[in-house]
Design a protein around this ligand. Structure first.
Ligand code: ADP
Ligand code: ZN
Ligand code: ZN
Length: 753
């Protein structure tokens, strides 16, 4: 008999365990008599697995061996231990991780492990405990024996400190040593106990003052729609489309407040780097200790403590990055995903998932409201709003009537002609930096470092060389001097002149954007310049320091990548320069136009958030490209209309569902063999021809960590169809001798590179 988490189970004699291994199945174990009482669904278990002992998760309890288990009773092993008496994993998270693993063709056990705070299985984190002393009485029962001077001193100290102090605090102040405290305890005047110490990521932080302003009419309309929907226990999804600075965060905050007031909990997801100190403090100022913060820049201990506060129900609001979507909140009423278009919601290694989509499912399973917010919604989300799957809410204007920054395109082809050589920084941008600095205002320079893949650009006409079949930029392979399409495997020799205009100025783009920060430092020695990217910001707290310094006016210019584009509110920034951001447009990726548009719009939103008007200068080789034209006008709908046509024409999302299958092995011949078996199985599984299959072809990163990488792309008309074709094909391929360990499936890949 199977039991759910709520009804009282008859004592389980067998348990199904999900293990954190890349296998798509659960394992049955026997539960020794003495462990049956303490075993609950969702608990961690210590299990024998092969020759090792591993931590697994109890996902099914059974009084008798399930009928469909085809194993010999005598082969079933006993579990070794039940790790948690009180299960860490709630029934809701069990369900959600199962759905997620299934949806992403991923592994349940790995998903469960990813849902828990890091370090928990290896006992690398534990609660931090400290000895403390509590005053029970000031007068001894035994009046005949008065307190010694030292004992009296300690009693007085405790009284002065509200009756409770840490053991170490007392010892620091008193020069008595421990013995009088112990004596007081023996005499029943104080109690010595062990206290959980909360490692608080914001301990001692200064919190901003809370303005209790009235919402604008648009904000109020959006909030009402959200809170009214929350009155019922039905799932409902909103897309909150509001330009940067339009007051979205304020709407989230009040909606979360409402959820708390109605006795439910709430969650807010933010992109990887956006959870700045400024932002966390703003939420702490509103919600105090009701809010728990979960993100990768916390220490393991802080994360663990914040997670436990949620699990215990002490914190009813969880704010965090990607994996916070699995936070064990109970009775969740509202899920907010800020900057929902952001690619950092995508987990790029196993177990794959997109936290935005898992968030929608979480709300769905819980009968909660989900609000996806963005200034530049993902194509899929806006499409869902257009087709009525999401309810569309709009905040069209910045708070306080501040205009959006004006944007100008600087045509770098023209700059190239003027100088007769490459310059990374146009005179227009350099002049603007000088003027801005002279006014005492701040500058942000945005770079793009995604250009690791080389492609060919004509300096004269600005065209890139594209695949005749795929309308995607060809990738240059220097060794062979070939241009290669990573989608369909089309190859051609690299030409000597531009096929569009016959100019000889072909340029192989894709390297060296970092030195721009150095160039700026040399050009402006009197300016205080800091660089922010993944390389320079290796340590916890470093980004925070730089951002706080910049916000405080102790830096004049910030040079950085995507990281600085989003979320921050720097009122004194009036110039944003965008450099080589259009490198993205040349990458062989279905989302490059979307990413470029989003990035420019987001960073433009950093300019002119204060009283002064802001300016955005965009250096580009593609001034006519629709992504740039619409980004300049900050015209989302205009961009969407053109981009959606492209998606439809090429059978991309949201019209088709994609799976990217990577076949990886150190031996190329071996990888090819597996890829070919799988391709044949896919063709067999796809008799109805509903799905489209491309490849195998070398992946964009064709060799990584000593492994060759081949790619098959699968496009399905519906999710169900895609998953079915894939499942049948994988089973068949295995049957045909395909080595499934070489196969890595990614459903809904964010990019195809
Ligand atoms: P977004 O999340 O859309 O970028 P925010 O919610 O951060 O926008 O709002 C931008 C700024 O305007 C913040 O400093 C915020 O405190 C302020 N703000 C938001 N709503 C109002 C309002 N109704 N009245 C006055 N100021 C507001
Ligand atoms: Zn040309
Ligand atoms: Zn092609």
């Amino acid at each position: 008999m199977s039991t759910s988490g709520t009804e009282k189970p008859t004592l389980p004699r067998y348990v199904e365990a999900a293990l954190p291994v890349p296998l798509r199945r659960v394992f049955t174990y026997r539960v020794p008599e003495e462990l049956r009482e303490s075993l609950k669904l969702g608990a961690r278990l210590m299990l024998p697995f092969g020759r090792r002992n591993v931590t697994g998760y109890a996902v099914g309890l059974h009084a008798d061996l399930p009928a469909d288990v085809e194993i010999d009773e005598s082969k079933i092993k006993d579990i070794i231990e039940v790790t948690d008496e009180e299960p860490l994993i709630t029934p809701e998270i069990l369900k959600l991780t199962q759905w997620t693993a299934d949806y992403y063709a991923s592994f349940w056990g790995e998903m469960l492990k990813a849902s828990l705070p890091a370090g928990i299985n290896k006992d690398k984190v534990r609660p931090k405990r400290q000895k403390a002393v509590r005053l029970l009485s000031t007068i001894p029962d035994d009046i005949a024996k008065p307190l010694t001077e030292q004992q009296q001193w300690i009693v007085d100290l405790l009284v002065a400190n509200g009756g409770e102090m840490l053991w170490t605090e007392i010892l620091e102040r008193a020069d008595t040593g421990a013995s009088p405290i112990n004596t007081l305890a023996k005499r029943g005047l104080v109690e010595i106990y062990v206290q959980d110490i909360r490692r608080d990521p914001l301990a001692g932080a200064e919190l901003p003052k809370r303005d209790d302003f009235t919402l604008t009419a648009e904000q109020q309309t959006a909030l009402n729609a959200i809170t009214n929907a929350g009155e019922t226990d039905a799932f409902k999804a909103f897309l909150l489309h509001g330009v940067t600075g339009s007051g979205k965060t304020e709407v989230y905050i009040r909606a979360m407040r409402h959820a708390l007031d109605t006795g439910r909990s709430a969650m807010m997801l933010v992109p990887e780097i956006a959870l700045t100190p400024v932002f966390s403090r703003r939420l702490r100022a509103v919600f105090g200790s009701e809010v728990a913060i979960l993100h990768s820049n916390l220490s393991t201990g802080e994360r663990y403590d914040e997670w436990r506060r949620i699990r215990r129900g002490d914190a009813r609001i969880a704010i965090g990055t990607r994996s916070a979507v699995f936070a064990p909140l109970e009775n969740i009423g509202l899920v907010v995903v800020d900057e929902e278009h952001d690619p950092s919601y995508r987990q790029h290694e196993s177990p794959f998932y997109n936290a935005r989509d898992v968030a929608v499912m979480r709300a769905h399973l819980a009968g909660a409201i989900v609000v996806l917010g963005s200034a530049t919604p993902a194509m899929e989300s806006f499409y869902n709003a257009q087709t009525g799957k999401y309810t569309y809410l709009r905040l069209p204007e910045r708070i306080g009537g501040r205009g959006l920054a004006t944007a100008e395109l600087i045509d770098m082809r023209e700059v190239f002609k003027r100088f007769g050589k490459d310059v990374a920084l146009s005179p227009e941008l350099l002049d603007a930096i000088v003027e801005t600095h002279a006014r005492g205002e701040q500058v942000i320079i945005l770079l793009n470092r995604r250009g690791f893949s080389q492609f060919v650009l004509c300096r004269t006409c600005g065209e890139t060389l594209k695949c005749p079949n795929c309308d995607i930029t060809l990738t240059f392979h220097r060794g062979a001097g070939n241009l290669l399409c990573h989608y369909c495997n089309h190859r051609e020799r690299s030409p000597k002149v531009c096929p569009h205009c016959t100019s000889e100025y072909l340029y192989f783009v894709g390297e060296g954007t970092e030195n721009i920060a150095d160039q700026l430092t040399k050009k402006f020695p009197n300016m205080r310049i800091a660089r922010v990217d993944r390389d320079t910001m290796a340590h916890k707290g470093e980004i925070e320091d730089v951002l706080l310094k910049f916000a405080g006016g102790h830096l004049d210019m910030l040079v950085g990548t995507q990281m600085i584009a989003k979320g921050h509110d720097f009122p004194n920034v009036t110039l944003v320069g965008v450099i080589s951001v259009d490198i993205g447009l040349g990458l062989p990726d279905l989302r490059s136009a979307e990413r470029t548009f989003q990035l420019i719009t987001q960073v433009a939103g950093r300019s002119g958030r204060g009283k002064q008007a802001g300016k955005v200068l965009i250096q580009t080789y593609y001034p006519e490209h629709y992504a740039l034209r619409h980004a300049k006008e900050q015209d989302y709908e205009g961009f969407y209309k053109e981009e959606i046509k492209f998606r439809e024409r090429l059978a991309y999302p949201p019209f088709y569902v994609l799976a990217s299958i990577l076949i990886k092995h150190r031996d190329l011949a071996y990888a090819s063999k597996q890829a070919n078996i799988l391709r044949r199985s896919l063709d067999t599984a796809n008799q109805s021809k509903q799905a489209r299959i491309l490849g195998p072809a070398p992946a964009s990163l064709s060799r990584l960590k000593n492994e060759f990488r081949l790619q098959i792309i699968l496009k399905g008309t519906t999710r169900r169809n895609l998953r079915e074709t894939l499942n049948i094909a994988l089973a068949d391929a295995e049957h045909q001798g395909c080595d499934l360990r070489t196969i890595n499936v990614e459903i809904d890949p964010v990019n195809l590179m």
